[in-house]
Design a binder for this molecule. Structure first.
Ligand SMILES: Cc1cc2nc3c(=O)[nH]c(=O)nc-3n(C[C@H](O)[C@H](O)[C@H](O)COP(=O)(O)OP(=O)(O)OC[C@H]3O[C@@H](n4cnc5c(N)ncnc54)[C@H](O)[C@@H]3O)c2cc1C
Length: 403
């Protein structure tokens, strides 16, 4: 046990050294300007390339596939140090989601083709699950894929697809047959976004930013060799992957780092720190510690191979609700300089500022004050994506309360 603790201390020191040597001022700037859970695309890819050179781009993948092969505790240490240092995150859709699914269900050829390209950033992925009539009720999805020889011909639409505007690959759920159970007859497909018949249309968020999209498919031809797992059995792969989406993260380290930054920003601010605001920050700090205790319990279960059950749902609810509360505190702390961002009023019908969307002269205050309203608006979605918090509550009610 002591040997293990010493090894983890040495690992933490190694991560800190790596961050201090590799995190450039520009990358830190991209981290500090994040207006949602994603960093600027170019900066994010630059950071991934740096991690890849060190063999750290995919912390959870086994080393035989080019991953770091870290234990859950090592991954937690790395993430905690990364957010403390202000480094941008790596986009999750490829390395954290499609990657494990390909490792778990892919053929040798699929692994050889996709995994190295995902690591080096040549392929950038988006997730095509939700449809206009299928969100929480994902099994209602209708995008169809009909087999013609060695191809599947796909028609339909996916919605809310994060980063479809920059992605060159999509992992997608399509309906390949009608079965008695709606979960049957769904296939997990890997689609090259440059295939003719695909049109990506922006969905501009309340923040004025373009991160999400609706994607239309009209007779898009995809080779059958791009099916992951078995034809008609994509639900099995999708469920496996959702476990990574729901259980694979911790919220407390980023919230704690954000709170520390906010407190130091406030010290340098010309606005009054009212006792009410300081009191709310103190209550928030306690809530983050409670969340951290839950996350450490989950980490311990995962490390010992124990099932985490509905704890992942509890963590998602608490984590996203605290993230939302944090953006409210940030907005309040930023004061009058942090005004609502209204691109429509500054450029009626004109170009929409692309992500990350903060012009240098937008704000007369500090960058954190300019970012605050955008983070506030974008973070409203935290309780919707990755399974809404109402659905998470249903999961808890079913498994813990037997309702
Ligand atoms: C910012 C953002 C990014 C996203 N990124 C992606 C992406 O990259 N890829 C992708 O595939 N999808 C993505 N999504 C879609 C997301 O997964 C869905 O929005 C989510 O699953 C909810 O589905 P819906 O929007 O159709 O709402 P609905 O399912 O129609 O739900 C509407 C409301 O009803 C509630 N509700 C529904 N069913 C129940 C129930 N049984 N019990 C209690 N309450 C219920 C919901 O909680 C919600 O409040 C993203 C969404 C957002 C907002």
């Amino acid at each position: 046990m002591i040997a293990e603790a010493n090894e983890l201390d040495a690992f933490k020191a190694e991560v800190r050294k790596f961050l201090s040597e590799n995190l450039t001022a520009e990358l830190r700037k991209a981290g500090s300007r994040m207006t949602s859970v994603y960093a600027d695309h170019a900066a994010q890819m630059e950071w991934q390339a740096i991690l890849h050179r060190r063999g750290w781009a995919a912390p959870a993948w086994p080393t035989e596939y080019g991953g770091a092969g870290w234990s859950p505790m090592q991954r937690h240490i790395f993430e905690s140090e990364r957010v403390k240092a202000g480094a941008p995150p790596v986009s999750p859709m490829g390395i954290k989601m499609a990657g494990p699914a390909i490792i778990g269900f892919g053929t040798d050829d699929q692994k050889k083709h996709f995994l190295p390209r995902m690591l080096n950033g040549e392929h950038f992925w988006c997730q095509g699950y939700s449809e206009p009539q299928a969100g929480s009720d994902l099994a209602a999805l209708q995008m169809k894929a009909e087999r013609h020889g060695d191809e599947l011909i796909c028609s339909g639409s996916k919605i809310w697809t994060t980063h479809a505007n920059v992605a060159n690959w999509m992992f997608c759920l399509v309906r390949t047959s009608k079965a008695e159970r709606r979960q049957q007859g769904i296939t997990f497909l890997l689609i090259d976004m440059s295939t003719p018949g695909i049109v990506v249309q922006p969905i501009v968020m309340a923040s004025g930013e373009w991160i999400q999209n609706q994607v239309f498919f009209e007779n898009v031809r995809v080779p059958v060799s791009n099916v992951l797992g078995d034809l008609d059995d994509g639900w099995t792969v999708a469920k496996y992957l959702l476990e990574f989406e729901r259980g694979g993260s911790a919220y407390a380290p980023a919230l704690r780092a954000g709170l520390d930054t906010l407190r130091s920003n406030l010290d340098g601010s010309r606005f009054e720190k009212t006792p009410e605001l300081l009191g709310r920050l103190a209550v928030f700090a306690v809530q983050v510690e409670v969340l951290d205790a839950l996350e450490m319990e989950i980490l311990s279960a995962v490390s010992q191979g124990r099932p985490i059950g509905s704890d992942a749902s509890m963590m998602k609810i608490l984590g996203t609700e605290l993230e939302q509360r944090f953006t409210e505190l940030q907005l309040e702390a930023a004061g009058p300089i942090s005004r609502a961002w209204q691109p429509g009023t500054t450029a009626p019908g004109g170009p929409i500022l692309s992500y990350p969307g903060i012009p240098e002269d937008y704000c007369t205050g500090d960058v954190w004050q300019a970012v605050a309203p955008l983070r506030y608006l974008n973070e409203r979605a935290g309780s919707i994506y990755a399974g809404t918090n109402e659905i998470q509550r249903n999961i808890i009610a079913k498994s813990e309360l037997r309702l």
